[in-house]
Design a protein around this ligand. Structure first.
Ligand code: ASP
Length: 348
């Protein structure tokens, strides 16, 4: 164990977890997070020194933006040296987007950054907030041989710790709201906290001496284009001619398949020629894109669509935004996109 109880910073950005019901209007409103220990007296029992910082104006996570990701990253950067770990509370609706983005923004991270939230507000009788928050704090405090057990951006929800950039929100009402369908859980909370040691992320030997580098800029010139049977040329052309467009997450069918119609392939080809990076991600909740497995994806590969493998849409969008801030050649971009940078996809 560290010589002192671990020091953790709790960052509250908004979301259901920090709301209380106004019994007159029945609406949910944010409560003052400075008083968190009054709301959850059990926090006094957790063996760590807990500090809190809150957005001045807590938001519903539907209002989350890259500027606010930058705010979270800056808070972590400014307190990184003195803290042993971070727990970030956000609304669940866009938590996988935010947590995925932070996994790219925080390069050479060696301390835990654990996202959590809840489906019911903290004051609700049946709330899931207490368990999520207390266990996230315990996981962020966990140490072994003077080192944090978790050294990556993770997401804790309903007894499971996930690699954040592998997660997706699956349910709008179950307590078990998240999953990482293409990647095992990092840890489970039962009677004991059990860690899946072989898959916990560690920096490579060559990166060992590197200091945390915070990449604050994320490109805005991206969009997600979800295919559906009957999508028209007008729709695809319109999306791909968005002014300033630099990157597209193309959500395809099954193992990365798309219409084979000439107009469709022409639209993509023209966009790629104009310098837009298009990445192929499956609409399926689990499994991987395999361009070339069916004729319906061979042509995509040939015209230069990049394969997202088993990456999630949330993570692909974050990775595109991140990579677009570098001055990469087309070939370099492809290499970086198609290999894992933060454990976000499986290398085949
Ligand atoms: N609408 C809320 C949000 O994402 C839902 C939640 O916190 O779970 O901010």
């Amino acid at each position: 164990m560290a010589a002192h109880p671990p020091k953790l910073l709790l960052i509250y950005t908004g979301g259901t977890i920090g709301m209380i019901k106004d019994y007159e209007t029945n609406a949910l409103r944010a409560f003052d997070f400075e008083n968190i220990k009054e709301k959850i007296p059990e926090l006094q029992l957790v063996e760590c020194q807990l500090e809190t910082v809150s957005f001045e104006r807590p938001i519903d996570s539907s209002d989350m933006t890259p500027d606010l990701w930058r705010r979270i990253a800056e808070i972590i950067e400014s307190r990184y040296a003195e803290q042993d770990g971070f727990v970030v509370l956000t609304g669940t609706d866009t938590m996988s987007y935010t947590a995925s983005a932070l996994s790219f923004m925080l390069e050479y991270l060696r301390k835990p950054v654990i996202f959590t939230g809840s489906q019911l507000p903290i004051g609700d009788l049946r709330t899931d907030a207490k368990e999520n928050l207390i266990t996230a704090i315990q996981l962020a405090s966990a140490q072994e041989k003077d080192e944090p057990k978790i050294q990556e951006v993770a997401l804790y929800f309903e007894s499971r710790l996930y690699r954040a950039n592998r997660t997706t929100k699956l349910s709008a009402e179950q307590f078990e709201a998240f999953d990482s369908p293409n990647f095992p859980h990092l840890a489970e909370s039962g009677v004991h906290l059990t860690f899946n040691d072989p898959i916990l992320r560690r920096l490579k030997r060559a990166e060992a001496g590197m200091e945390l580098t915070v990449r604050k800029d994320m490109s805005s010139d991206v969009l997600i284009l979800k295919l559906f049977p009957g999508i028209t040329e007008t729709t695809v052309r319109h999306a791909l001619s968005t002014p300033g467009l630099k990157g597209v997450v193309l959500e395809t069918f099954g193992a990365g398949n798309a219409p084979t119609a000439a107009w469709f392939l022409n639209c993509l080809r023209e966009a790629i020629k104009a310098g837009v990076h298009i990445v192929n991600v499956t609409q399926c909740v689990s499994g991987s894109v395999l361009q070339g497995r069916y004729a319906a994806s061979s042509e995509l590969k040939r015209i230069g669509v990049l394969s997202g493998g088993d990456i999630t849409t949330e993570s692909a969008l974050a990775k595109l935004r991140y990579l677009l801030t570098f001055d990469f050649s087309r070939e370099e971009f492809k290499t970086h996109f198609e290999r894992p940078l933060r454990g976000e996809l499986t290398e085949f």
